[in-house]
Design a protein around this ligand. Sequence first.
Ligand SMILES: [Zn+2]
Length: 409
Amino acid sequence: MEEKNVTCKAAVDQIADYIAGNQKEITQFLADFIAIPSVTYQEGAAVSFLADKMREFGYDEVRVDPVGNVLGRVGSGPITLLYDAHIDTVAPGDESEWGGFAPFGGEVKDGVIHGRGAVDDKGCLAGIAYAGKAIKALGLDKGFTLWVSGSISEEDVEGSCVEAMLKEMPDIKPAYVLVAESSEGRIVRGHKGRALLRITVPGKAAHASAAWRGDNALVKALPIMQRIHEYQAFEEDEFLGKGTIEVTHVNPKTPSLNTIPGEAVITCDRRISRSESIEELLQEARQFFADIPGVKADIDTEEVTTYTGYNIKCVDYFPSWVMPEEHPFIQAGIRAYEDSFGEAPTVGRWDFSTNATSLCGRQGIPAMGFGPGDGALCHSYNDSLPVADLLKAIRFYAALPLYVSKIIK
Ligand SMILES: [Zn+2]
């Protein structure tokens, strides 16, 4: 064990020197990447760019799957890791709000790189992709297989495209997953999940001048919404806290404004902290309308088509995930961090949802989150990332597989 630690320490020092010596190239890589717009469902050009970069970086294999995700492999050892970051971004919005920076400029000012996707999530993706280059260049690609994915459409349907990726690529079976999203340099071991709950309230349409002939579904929906609003009886997870439920939309089915609605559909955002199953969520929902006949609850479904024309039908249910701090994978992360930076990392949770909802929450693959930058800047007009944070993250990403292959039996 002692000897193995020595080997790792020598490697993290090599990695540190390599990253410091390539700062200019790394910065240019991210700037060029930001300059290729990749708004959700329009990721094709950025995927081609990253696939070319991975080849140039000396990756052992590069693929674009039928869904449109790009994957690169480094090494061919017995333990398989997947590093995932999403390649899509939200739209740039109003360009005049960007404080003088072009949203697709990738401009560096005072050590900070600006542009759409800098912090969410192209900085992280550039980081994991470059870690693959460092591992190859330093000959550290032994004892593990590292797949790096630039996955699409996370901003709209997180979890769905990585789920389809692993379904389409059955030969890739990761034992561990790292999801790279901004975490202020903390190691993340969980986040809440979410579901869209749909409650359909029946009624009978009638002309509003003779409402007694019908049954107003919108009015029947009122007490249901009130009960949802007041509901507090969530079980608490000691790490993630309590779940929540909020009414976010009501759709009355009515052909005109002088007709009482024959149906009303209430949509609720339900945040999940105890990995409640769909059946448990529906069971909880039924108490809101137990005394009103004919009301039904289900989980919303949506259908998306990716830029390659691939169709995904997804149920709007994205479970929570929590990894115990003692888990060997989290411990490998802590050790890699300590050896790389000479101090203990902060270990915490994300308050937003990521692709780990599928990879760990749904598929049960042990996961960890880690990323550079300030998560509060995600989707903002100040989407930006300090270059120093990126360099530090790459050192962690490059070191982690060594620790996983040496610590985990
Ligand atoms: Zn993101």
